[in-house]
Write a protein that binds this ligand. Structure first.
Ligand SMILES: *[C@@H]1O[C@H](CO)[C@@H](O)[C@H](O)[C@H]1NC(C)=O
Ligand SMILES: *[C@@H]1O[C@H](CO)[C@@H](O)[C@H](O)[C@H]1NC(C)=O
Ligand SMILES: *[C@@H]1O[C@H](CO)[C@@H](O)[C@H](O)[C@H]1NC(C)=O
Ligand SMILES: *[C@@H]1O[C@H](CO)[C@@H](O)[C@H](O)[C@H]1NC(C)=O
Ligand SMILES: *[C@@H]1O[C@H](CO)[C@@H](O)[C@H](O)[C@H]1NC(C)=O
Ligand SMILES: *[C@@H]1O[C@H](CO)[C@@H](O)[C@H](O)[C@H]1NC(C)=O
Length: 491
């Protein structure tokens, strides 16, 4: 019923000539697969970037959005043909705003040098969601000056036409009033409206797009009464009607709220790129493979057909969020935050997915050549009965230094028994510490086993070989453990 109404309505809008063109000229196959991905690297054990780039190419992913300009990652893109969006993180906004020379250095080092090395740099992002409400306005005064300095530095270097400066923003910078929840009532948030008008007009003059991150999952997560089906593209039963437009999913409604906000800010034709869109697979009752697959399937089909949104039918530029799970991301937004990957920590696709939008039931190509640590796990040693009183502190220690989010309510390991819970914590800590034997002691409460400790849908991972030159947090381990152990002996 309603899902069918969408394509039908779109077809009705298409005037004769356009419809004919579409029929005669098939869309180029490559355009269908033209999806970007966000490549974040906040993980304890990053896969070698060259192997990741090989996987991107095998899957026809032709562009990536990074959150910094980390040389190790960026170098892997050289000569790959994969386009890159590099970024200056929020903590650099202040110096970039204050000193134009910083922006020039940034461009020389991160843009010019990389271009010379064969990296296809297309965008430079200034900050990441700097106006997020939870930042309490910390970046309000410095983002626009930083943006202007970066643009000037790029212009001076001669790249102003070829490389666009953008500011990826979260969808919480615009909204519709609660008593009129339709896209046409939307506008930029009151506290930053004047600033946003300046920014979008500046971007527009420089022919740069607006980059927005839209999360139907968060609509659901933040509002227990949110209609589940409105998060997806296939099942809404109660559409939203607005000025002759029909909305059957929250993504379209949200995107068009931005379109209206831009109109009201004086840039009605501004190009929009979706900087982040995706669905997590763990860490919340609605974060699972089934929903993620449903979301991506509907989304990618619309992408492939160039459905667009009611106000912006046609091709949409999109970066999926995200490439690989990141076990060191902050869980402040929620426990799901470490589970946005299309791929698991070891570079395996989590579910079948067809980036071309043809709905084929295939898995994406995995990352090749990933090496694992030995097949061993760290589990609870039930024989250490005399030490049970130290369990809470030990589990707490393990979970403060490794990722226990799968244990939470509604998550993949929530069904574990009390003892298995402890094993999960000990094992994930042990693996994160590269299976160092000292990380599977906990004063005798833990022991190493070669029996796979995974339980049903709850995976006890074996970590991969760390290839990064980063210093592991292991240095802190012996000291803390010594303290812990000596406390035990004293008691
Ligand atoms: C290059 O970019 C990274 C990430 O934004 C930053 O940390 C570094 O300081 C930049 N280099 C220069 C010379 O500005
Ligand atoms: C923002 O303010 C809240 C409440 O006052 C506080 O808990 C939080 O730490 C602040 N966040 C930042 C990034 O300053
Ligand atoms: C930003 O600038 C305004 C006006 O100068 C000032 O009132 C405000 O405190 C500044 N905010 C921050 C976070 O620095
Ligand atoms: C939600 O969508 C699914 C799949 O299209 C459908 O089977 C179900 O009846 C819908 N539920 C509601 C409450 O509309
Ligand atoms: C397992 O650990 C999680 C997270 O700490 C907790 O919510 C859950 O209640 C625990 N389960 C049992 C059976 O102790
Ligand atoms: C352990 O078992 C799980 C679930 O059966 C499986 O997916 C995983 O590959 C196994 N791990 C190893 C290292 O054999």
């Amino acid at each position: 019923m309603v899902p069918a109404a969408r394509p039908a309505a779109t077809a009705a809008f298409a005037v004769g000539a356009v419809a004919l063109l579409l029929l005669v000229i098939p869309p180029p196959a490559a355009a269908a697969a033209a999806v970007g991905v966000n490549w974040g690297t906040m993980m304890s054990h990053p896969i070698h970037p060259s192997a990741v780039v090989g996987m991107l190419r095998a899957n026809g992913v032709d562009r990536v959005k990074l959150f910094d300009a980390d040389p190790w990652t960026v170098a892997a893109l050289a000569g790959s043909g994969v386009q890159a969006m590099l970024a200056a993180p929020n903590d650099q906004l202040e110096s970039l705003a204050r000193d134009p020379r910083r922006a020039r250095d940034w461009v020389r080092h991160n843009v010019t040098a990389n271009l010379n090395a064969g990296v296809d740099v297309r965008y430079v992002a200034v900050g990441n969601e700097p106006f997020l409400k939870s930042y309490n306005g910390s970046f309000i005064n410095i983002t626009f000056p930083a943006l202007k300095n970066m643009q000037r530095a790029l212009d001076e270097a001669g790249f102003g036409q070829r490389i666009k400066v953008v500011v990826p923003l979260n969808a919480d910078i615009y909204s519709s009033p609660e008593n009129k929840p339709v896209p046409s009532a939307g506008s930029f948030r009151k506290d930053i409206n004047a600033l946003m008008v300046d920014i979008v007009n500046f971007l527009h003059v420089n022919d740069a797009p607006f980059v927005v991150n839209i999360y139907p999952f968060l609509s659901l997560y933040q509002n227990p009464n949110f209609p589940l089906n409105f998060s997806f593209f296939d099942g809404a039963t109660k559409p939203v009607y607005d000025q002759g437009m029909v909305y059957t999913n929250v993504f379209d409604a949200n995107f068009d709220t931005l379109v209206w906000s831009l109109r009201k800010a004086g840039v009605p034709d501004m190009r929009i790129i979706v900087g982040e869109v995706g669905w997590p697979t763990d860490g919340d009752k609605n974060a699972n493979v089934k929903y993620a697959q449903r979301f991506y399937s509907g989304f990618l089909k619309n992408m492939a057909k160039n459905v667009g949104t009611p106000l912006r039918p046609g091709h949409m530029d999109v970066y999926l969020f995200a490439l690989i799970d990141e076990n060191q991301k902050s869980v402040l937004p929620g426990r799901f935050e470490r589970h946005w990957g299309l791929f698991t920590y070891d570079g395996k696709p989590k579910f079948s997915m067809d980036l071309s939008g043809n709905g084929k039931d295939n898995y994406l190509a995995e990352v090749k050549g990933v090496q694992y640590l030995p097949s061993q796990w760290c589990v609870f040693n039930k024989d250490a009965k005399d030490k049970y009183k130290d369990l809470p502190a030990s589990v707490n220690y393990a979970c403060s230094n490794a990722d226990c989010t799968p244990l939470g309510y509604g998550s993949s390991c929530n069904g574990l028994s009390h003892d298995e819970n402890i094993s999960y914590a000990f094992n994930i800590y042990f693996q994160t510490m590269d299976q160092d034997v000292r990380a599977c002691s906990f004063g005798g409460l833990a022991k190493i086993t070669t029996t796979n400790a995974s339980q049903g849908g709850c995976m006890f991972p074996v970590q991969i070989l760390s290839v990064s030159g980063r210093v592991a947090p292991l240095i802190f381990l012996p000291i803390s453990l010594v303290l812990l152990v000596s406390v035990f002996t004293l008691l």
